[in-house]
Design a protein around this ligand. Structure first.
Ligand SMILES: Nc1nc2c(ncn2[C@@H]2O[C@H](COP(=O)(O)OP(=O)(O)OP(=O)(O)O)[C@@H](O)[C@H]2O)c(=O)[nH]1
Ligand SMILES: [Mg+2]
Ligand SMILES: [Zn+2]
Length: 421
């Protein structure tokens, strides 16, 4: 009754309304700029005008090289809107969307001024929200990203009256071929992400059916854990974390010594897959601090950060009826589906439980988090639902609580309401 009254009198947070325009965060190189700082790609070329001749785009090729993509020989020219008279600028919804060049040709191919990749049509008209997935080697970043995107597309979007779609056909195909199909159709685990074989970011749009609500552009960047110690890699990586709207900070319970020892003891003769390498989660906080948090105001970041304990299915091995670490009836083993709003009762329970768990098993890590991150919450997920054997999932993939951290982030960004029930 009390909570009912409280709900009645609590002010409903306003639906995220559209602004006239938004800063653009390039989903390719993560540079941040205003909508009128874009450049354009000419739609035609001419042999009698050097400015409009086919030419090598060094900036674009430099970007492509970083991601191991082939260079492009020749392309149409870059048009800087500064070189075009104001009356030949074309605006759509307060955003510079095109230019008419000196030959009367209109180009609407907007490019990022820093890397010359073509921007999504909605860039500047909708907020760009980069969600970074960070964590040490082998914590489960690639698998979690796959399971999360799969769940967002197939169920979460629907539960929030929205659709979640890849930005273009190429992203759609890459995601399906390299991530979703191997895992969800063949139960095949993914190879360790290599920093040399740099993956381009995966860009998705999350669009609400209510057109009054601003859509989101979601960018997922599958970082290679081993890249966390590579200078050049970290520069790009730090730019992406710095300009993110939310962070998913993954922690593998098996990389925490106390838990690892107990699990090993319980697993006995059939331990299944075990991470061979492990970095302390605290090392990742320190790397993040050196490369990005340290440069933020007061050496802290207020980017909402979901601390996500991965592979929660492994905790079955150490659960006990009145266990010191995980109880048999713990919430972590039970899937929960948030619909229409973030269920705050359910959220508080898991947040409290995992926060206490981490404090018990790795105090120094929790302390480090609290020093550098001002807005955190704790979660537990199983991207697979069971422990794979010989790099294969036996049976079907049954994700547990995978979208909960994401829903909390959406709530923090004011896209989704929170209610007790
Ligand atoms: N039991 C269990 N194991 C998992 C789960 N998710 C991932 N794993 C295991 O963790 C291993 C590493 O997962 P990845 O997603 O490739 O890890 P990563 O963080 O991307 O690793 P790098 O790319 O090397 O940085 C997998 O091969 C699985 O053995 C899960 O939900 N449950
Ligand atoms: Mg990976
Ligand atoms: Zn860019």
């Amino acid at each position: 009754m009390l909570s009912f009254l409280k709900n009645m009198f609590e002010k409903k947070p306003p639906v995220k309304e559209r602004l006239p325009f938004y800063d653009i965060v390039c989903p390719y190189c993560f540079a941040k700029f205003e909508p009128d700082q874009v450049v354009f790609r000419a739609t035609h070329h001419r042999q009698d005008d050097e400015d409009y001749a086919l030419q090598e785009d060094e900036i674009l090729n430099h970007y492509r090289d970083k991601f191991g993509l082939d260079a492009i020989d020749e392309l149409e020219a870059i048009i800087d809107p500064e070189s075009i008279p104001e009356e030949n600028h074309l605006y759509v919804d307060n955003v510079l969307a095109g230019v008419t060049d000196r030959y009367g040709m209109v180009s609407k191919r907007r490019l990022c001024p820093k890397c010359h990749n073509e921007l999504p049509i909605t860039a500047g008209k909708a907020p760009s929200n980069i969600i970074s997935i960070v964590g040490a080697s082998q914590v489960g970043k690639s698998v979690y990203m796959t399971s999360l995107i799969h769940t967002l597309q197939n169920t979460t979007a629907n539960h929030f009256d929205a659709a979640c779609m890849p930005l273009n056909a190429q992203i759609s195909r890459k995601f399906r071929e390299n991530y979703e199909a191997p895992l969800f159709e063949r139960g095949q685990l993914l190879d360790s992400t290599q920093k040399e074989k740099r993956q381009e970011p995966f860009i998705f749009q999350f669009i609400f059916k209510d057109s009054e609500k601003a859509p989101l552009i979601l960018v997922f960047f599958d970082v290679a854990g081993e890249g966390m110690v590579d200078r050049e890699y970290l520069e790009l990586y730090a730019a992406h974390v710095k300009n993110s709207s939310g962070i998913l900070f993954l922690v593998d319970p098996l990389q925490i010594k106390t838990i690892r020892d107990r699990v090993m003891l319980q697993a006995g003769d059939e331990p299944g897959e075990f991470t061979a390498r492990y970095d302390e989660p605290r090392e990742v906080v320190i790397t993040l601090f050196e490369n990005f948090i340290g440069y933020q105001e007061q050496s802290k970041t207020n980017i909402p950060t979901a601390v996500v304990l991965t592979k929660s299915d492994m905790l079955h091995l150490i659960k006990e009826d009145d266990g010191e670490y995980i109880k048999s009836n713990s919430n972590v083993f039970r899937n929960f589906v948030h619909e229409q709003y973030l269920n705050t009762t359910e959220f508080e329970n898991i947040n409290g439980e995992i926060s206490r768990f981490i404090e018990k098993v790795d105090r120094p890590f929790k302390d480090a988090l609290e020093v550098y991150f001002t807005n955190t919450a704790y979660f537990a997920v199983s991207a697979l639902g069971s422990n794979p054997v010989n790099q294969k999932v036996s049976g079907v993939v049954t994700p547990i609580r995978v979208d909960e951290p994401f829903i909390w982030l959406m709530h923090q960004l004011d896209y989704i309401e929170g209610r007790e029930r």
